[in-house]
Design a protein around this ligand. Structure first.
Ligand code: KG4
Ligand code: ZN
Length: 382
């Protein structure tokens, strides 16, 4: 089973070919990030135009590097949500056209679910460009706890099996990646903020600032239902207060802004755009390190609590922030179970994760999409 995956939900145009849901044959990623850097974030119109310009070439290159003809492709999988409308539209229209022209089944893929499936790639094909990928040796076992941390999402999800999962908790405001990006802007570091804050943090003191960790106490309805199904009301465990797995990052982000203003001796009315030039490099490093520690601890604390409650057989991390060395370090140090991380290049947006999930759609006989009518779903959730 060989699936072509197409991803265009944000600023990366990507295509990849995956065999049997575990073997990566090629992955091509064309990022328009450089075009957005001067604006400090992704400009949707620029991203969409860039997708139009390169999507055909990216697909051709992915097929070429995988040494695959169209005859060898069994299906096409494409991200149809969540993401930026204009960006999603280009990938979906390209995939629909290719599915019609080449008479292939088309699978509509949820971007956030796909991030999790990057962890199911365990080997690469003969393509020499993939020779240095570091991958887990085996696919994660179910039940699997997935911490999804990206620019648009922060979620903890318990998977009982493929396509059978419960959303344990999620962010009520900013996603963790978004918080990294906004903090980077406040201290004058380039977009995307995750890698630039992580790098600056290496020079700073992670305990220099006392920053707040949000406490979310009310479990989500889905989590309450899962607990009710797992525990009988006579069970003493059922009476113990159990945590919520929701996150919040907006308070932390505001606390960073206030701390930066205090460091340079101005009040909260001082414009954030003028802060970077007044901060010294050591001050920026201390802010980056302290913010990163607290942001990562926030998601690690919840992951440890969910691990304790649900005793999953595997834990995976997914999404752009899963590339954070600090997140990997804190999790590996504290989780009582060895965790196999995927290659950093498969954490940020890519077509490989889409193709892997497409393979599972095919394997599990999930309904294919109609290539004449598949629409985008910018606000799709898990
Ligand atoms: O998954 P992704 O590529 O796109 C979305 O679906 O949102 O995630 C992008 C996010 C950005 O906020 C970026 O700052 C963050 O992932 N990110 C990182 C790292 N690389 C990307 N955050 C922390 N450490 C990294 N190395
Ligand atoms: Zn993503």
């Amino acid at each position: 089973m060989i699936v072509l995956g197409i991803e265009s939900s944000c600023d990366e145009t990507s295509a990849a070919v995956v065999k049997d849901g575990n073997t990566l044959l090629s992955v091509v990623v064309n990022s328009s990030m450089d075009l957005h850097t001067q604006y400090g974030g992704v400009v949707p119109e620029i991203a969409a135009r860039s997708h139009i310009e390169c999507i055909t070439a990216v697909v051709d290159q992915a097929l070429g590097e995988a040494d695959c003809s169209w005859d060898a492709i069994d299906a096409i999988a494409v991200t149809y949500g969540a993401g930026l409308g204009g960006s999603l539209l280009i990938g979906v229209l390209a995939a629909r056209t290719l599915a019609i022209v080449h008479e292939k089944p088309l699978y509509a893929i949820n971007h956030v679910e796909a991030h999790v499936y990057a962890n199911f790639i365990t080997q690469v094909g003969p393509n020499p460009l993939l020779a240095d990928y570091t991958l887990p040796e085996t696919q994660p076992a179910f039940p699997m706890l997935a911490l999804i941390v990206s620019g648009g999402h922060s979620q903890l999800v318990l998977f009982r099996n493929h396509f059978d999962y419960t959303l344990l908790g999620q962010t009520g405001d900013d996603a963790i990646g978004e918080a990294f990006d906004k903090v980077a802007k406040v201290i004058g570091l380039p977009y995307p903020g995750g890698p630039s804050v992580g790098k600056k943090a290496l020079e700073g003191n992670a305990f220099a600032l006392a920053l707040p960790k949000a406490k979310m106490n009310t479990p989500s309805p889905a989590l309450l239902a899962l607990r009710a199904a797992n525990l009988s009301s006579s069970d003493p465990e059922a009476k113990k207060p159990l945590p919520s797995y929701d996150f919040s990052f907006s308070g932390l982000k505001t606390a960073v802004l206030r701390a930066a203003q205090a460091m340079i001796g101005v009040d909260h009315s001082f414009p954030s755009k003028d802060i970077p030039e007044r901060l010294s490099e050591p001050q920026k490093a201390d802010i980056a390190a302290s913010f990163q520690r607290v942001a990562v601890e926030t998601v690690v604390d919840k992951t440890l609590a969910a691990y304790a409650e649900f005793a999953p057989r595997s834990v995976v991390i997914a999404g752009g922030v899963a590339a954070s060395p600090e997140l990997r370090r804190q999790l590996s140090d504290q989780l009582p179970l060895p965790i196999a991380y995927t290659d950093m290049r498969l954490c940020t947006d890519n077509g490989a994760m889409v193709a892997v999930l497409g393979c599972f759609h095919m394997k599990y006989d999930r309904p294919a999409a109609d290539p004449y009518s598949l629409d985008i779903a910018p606000n799709l959730s898990m």
